[in-house]
Write a protein that binds this ligand. Structure first.
Ligand SMILES: Cc1ncc(COP(=O)(O)O)c(C=O)c1O
Length: 400
């Protein structure tokens, strides 16, 4: 056993593609305690600063006191504890759908639902930049897989024409994201809905980085564009703007009943702790309130400041050859494309020395040679912290 992976690990290190765990002592927030130092945290998806919010903490503690820590078994085996059902009712109401079902993570929501929706001889059509959970789920489903270039509607249309011709009568499933996790741009949802109608396909939308961020009360892109009824499967996670953990699918009563019967990551996995469901419910309730909407608008102030301080034109002038990947940044995610993996790690390390935690994202999360820094801004950041980061990026880049 000894030395079994040594060569492979050496090869990863040689290409700057190795990863390691970094200990944070303390809660997530705009600042984190990292190896004895306080760093300003631009790495988290806790967009609204709820991960350590007192309302959520109180809800979790109260649920622990009432329901204990563990859920005992799968919800189909040992019964469903009330917090899960309360959360699902609130999610459905918030998202404007008939029903909702919770999973232990967003990854599990994808992995359970896509294979329940399509199978052998059906066709799954995925955007090239879809998250790993969606790709893995589509592979697991056994359906024929077609990947279309990022947000390329013409190519998607030709795949759909092909699929309808070759697999007449079979189910077609288009899968995409509202906000792409490593690029921060949005899907052209209205046009996708038109295509799904034209080809009688199903549309699944992963709203992981849109809920809490986009649309009134953070209901996400489908609701913001008034297209909730046209998106058959609305997926999301409570691990990002909602500050907790756990995935969900929102949709029709029939869809949810089908998933309860067929989604293997739901059926064959112990339910998430009831305290997690209670904390997530507190997050949904907060988002639905006027205070929650105020917090979301504060996030947009921070996003707009970041856009203003580091516009695409400024980034192109930088010596590290940083550039934006796209200009449609309707989200809290700001990718700075560096390209080379070593250079991305160097820049992340230099920023850390200056007191900023910004992750370098490399293959296989993104394509080879498209390494980047992924900056996320949150409502918890102070204006000065964002200004300081942008100055440091400009200074370090010019000196390189
Ligand atoms: C777009 C997208 N979908 C799904 C997931 C998985 O969600 P979770 O972290 O809750 O498993 C993530 C994040 O990890 C993501 O970025």
């Amino acid at each position: 056993m000894q030395g079994l992976f040594a060569e492979q690990l050496k090869a990863l290190r040689a290409r700057s593609l190795n990863r390691h765990l970094r200990e944070i002592s303390g809660a997530q927030g705009a600042e984190v305690e990292f190896a004895g130092r306080r760093l300003i945290n631009f790495s988290s998806n806790d967009y609204l600063g709820l991960a350590n919010d007192s309302r959520l903490r109180k809800a979790a503690i109260a649920a622990i006191n009432e329901f204990g820590v563990g859920a005992g078994a799968s919800r189909l085996i040992s019964g469903t504890q009330s917090p899960h059902l309360r959360l699902e009712r609130a999610l459905a109401e918030w998202k404007g759908t008939e029903a909702a079902l919770c999973f232990s993570s967003g990854y599990a929501a994808a992995l359970g639902s896509i294979p329940a929706l399509v199978t052998k001889d059906d066709v799954a059509l995925l955007d090239k930049l879809c998250h790993a959970s969606l790709i893995d789920a589509a592979k697991l489903s056994g359906a024929i897989l077609r990947v279309f270039p990022h947000n390329n509607l013409r190519k998607l249309e030709s795949h759909l024409e092909w699929a309808r011709r070759e697999y007449a009568g079979k189910r077609l499933l288009i899968v995409t994201e509202s906000v792409f996790s490593m690029d921060g741009d949005r899907a052209p949802l209205r046009e996708l809905v038109q295509l799904k109608k034209q080809f009688d396909a199903l549309l699944m939308l992963d709203e992981a980085h849109a809920v809490g961020v986009i649309g009134l009360h953070g209901r996400g892109l489908a609701a913001a564009e008034n297209l909730s009824d046209d998106v058959d499967v609305q997926m999301g996670t409570m691990s990002k703007a909602l500050g907790v953990s756990g995935g969900y699918i929102c949709g029709s009563h029939d869809l949810i009943e089908w998933l309860i019967n067929r989604a293997r990551s739901f059926i064959y996995s112990t339910a998430p702790p009831p305290a997690i469901a209670a904390a997530a419910l507190a997050a949904v309730n907060f988002l639905s309130s006027s205070k929650g909407e105020e917090r979301r608008l504060l996030l947009w102030k921070r996003i707009n400041l970041m856009r203003q301080l580091l516009p695409p034109s400024a980034r192109k002038a930088i010596n590290y050859q940083l550039s934006t990947i796209n200009s449609n940044e309707g989200s809290a995610i700001f990718p700075l494309l560096v390209g080379d993996e070593h250079a991305a790690l160097d820049l992340a390390a230099a920023l850390k020395t200056e007191g900023f935690l910004v992750p370098a994202i490399r293959y296989p999360t993104v394509a080879k040679g498209s390494a980047r820094l992924r900056i996320t801004v949150t409502a918890a950041h102070q204006e000065d912290q964002i200004k300081a980061l942008c100055e440091a990026i400009k200074r370090l880049s010019a000196a390189s």
